[in-house]
Design a protein around this ligand. Structure first.
Ligand code: SF4
Ligand code: SF4
Length: 76
């Protein structure tokens, strides 16, 4: 399993990146891509995520991180 970052809800605050104990949160590779809010987003590497919940606790944007794996909502 893995958590999911909802690309169109994320507001690029990056509070999640430093708290992940396994460093599996990254900026989306395509720097030209923007979400519906006109912002960049981060994504979770689902093969590395250990479901610890630290990112969800740190994220200030409600609904930006889900405690389940929904790959259709997360751009890489
Ligand atoms: S998921 Fe939350 S903490 Fe992480 S970059 Fe997006 S808005 Fe910021
Ligand atoms: S749930 Fe834990 S391991 Fe998974 S992305 Fe969030 S902080 Fe990283």
């Amino acid at each position: 399993m893995s958590y999911t970052i909802v690309s169109d809800v994320c507001e690029a605050k990056a509070d999640c990146i430093p708290v992940c104990p396994v460093d599996c949160i990254h900026w989306i590779k395509d720097k030209a891509w923007k979400n519906v809010k006109g912002l960049e987003s981060t994504y979770i590497d689902n093969e590395t995520c250990i479901d610890c919940g630290a990112c969800l606790a740190a994220c200030p944007v409600e609904g930006a991180i889900l405690d389940e794996w929904k790959p259709e909502l997360q751009k890489l």
